[in-house]
Write a protein that binds this ligand. Structure first.
Ligand code: GLN
Length: 277
């Protein structure tokens, strides 16, 4: 027989303590706070084997979020699978900007038709639907497997979302929105990060986008004006650490004004956007 404390100590040779706690909590169906209060609890054989298997998988590189099946985003838990990008803290910036834009300032969006392009787990769209109850939120993705994950997250959180399978705007005819947001793929195809760490296990189509990483962003910006309210329709995009100037130029060329850039918590210019007149 082995205690919670003993297995966590042993796992520390291979994993950070915080990751070991998340994995053991998952095996036991307990929050990590429970582990701390019950470190003398004895584990049965099934729990020991289950934990050993997850530690081995994590040590060989599988992301913790895929092993436990969820990740926190904007204060809520979202189901994830290898069909979707794992929600990242920097993407909360995009949500904060969207929320500020529907706020009570001069740029406020009144009608609140919102579209999330490439929704993946649905973390952005579900969060916006819950934080802005009067908005009508649509979310699309090219991947049916991703839409299944997004649907279960919407149901789990009681969010009203319209989900569409679509290659960017392809399935939308001439529909227009007040606010379009996207965390599109934006990593350069030859970027060595794609072959390292957790990124190796995430869907490549959600990460990589052509030689300079801007293929998806170019398509989105070029097509967005036809899908935005002519009066103050706004587009906000997450992008790579070195893409702000390119994104500004693309937005300006497509007729956007009021172009702004925002820095993430790491100080990197991470979200850019603007509005149609
Ligand atoms: N920020 C992610 C990363 O570099 C990329 C996400 C994306 O391409 N949308 O890990």
């Amino acid at each position: 027989m082995t205690s919670v404390a003993a297995v966590l100590t042993a796992a520390r040779a291979r994993l950070p303590a915080s990751e070991a706690r998340l994995l053991l909590g998952h095996v036991l169906g307990r929050p990590t706070a429970w582990l701390i209060a019950h470190d003398n609890e004895m584990l049965d054989e099934a729990a020991l084997l289950g934990f050993a298997s997850l530690v081995a998988r994590r040590a060989s590189g599988e992301p913790v979020a895929y092993l436990v099946g969820h990740r926190e985003f904007f204060g809520r838990e979202f189901a994830v699978s290898p069909a979707v990008l794992i929600p990242r803290p920097e993407t909360e910036l995009l949500v904060e900007i969207a929320l500020a834009r529907v706020g009570a300032d001069g740029t406020a969006i009144t009608a609140g038709r919102i579209l999330d392009l490439g929704t993946g787990s649905g973390c952005i769209a579900v969060t916006l639907a819950l934080e802005i109850p009067q908005a009508q939120v649509s979310a699309l993705d090219a991947s049916v497997a991703a839409l299944t994950v997004a649907r279960s997250n919407a149901e789990e959180h009681g969010a009203q979302l319209r989900l569409l399978q679509s290659d960017w705007f392809a399935a939308l005819d001439d529909e227009r929105f007040d606010l379009i947001v996207a965390n599109p793929p934006y990593v350069a195809a030859a970027d060595p990060h794609l072959a390292a760490g957790d990124l190796r296990h995430e869907p490549l189509a959600a990460l990589a986008s052509g030689e300079d990483g801007l293929d998806a962003i170019r398509r989105i910006i070029a097509a967005a004006p036809a899908h935005l309210a002519a009066n103050n329709g706004q587009l906000w995009l997450e992008h790579g650490y070195d893409q702000a100037e390119a994104v500004r130029a693309l937005l300006a060329a497509a007729g956007f004004s009021g172009i702004e850039h925002y820095r993430d918590l790491a100080g990197i210019v991470r979200v850019s956007g603007g509005r149609l007149r």
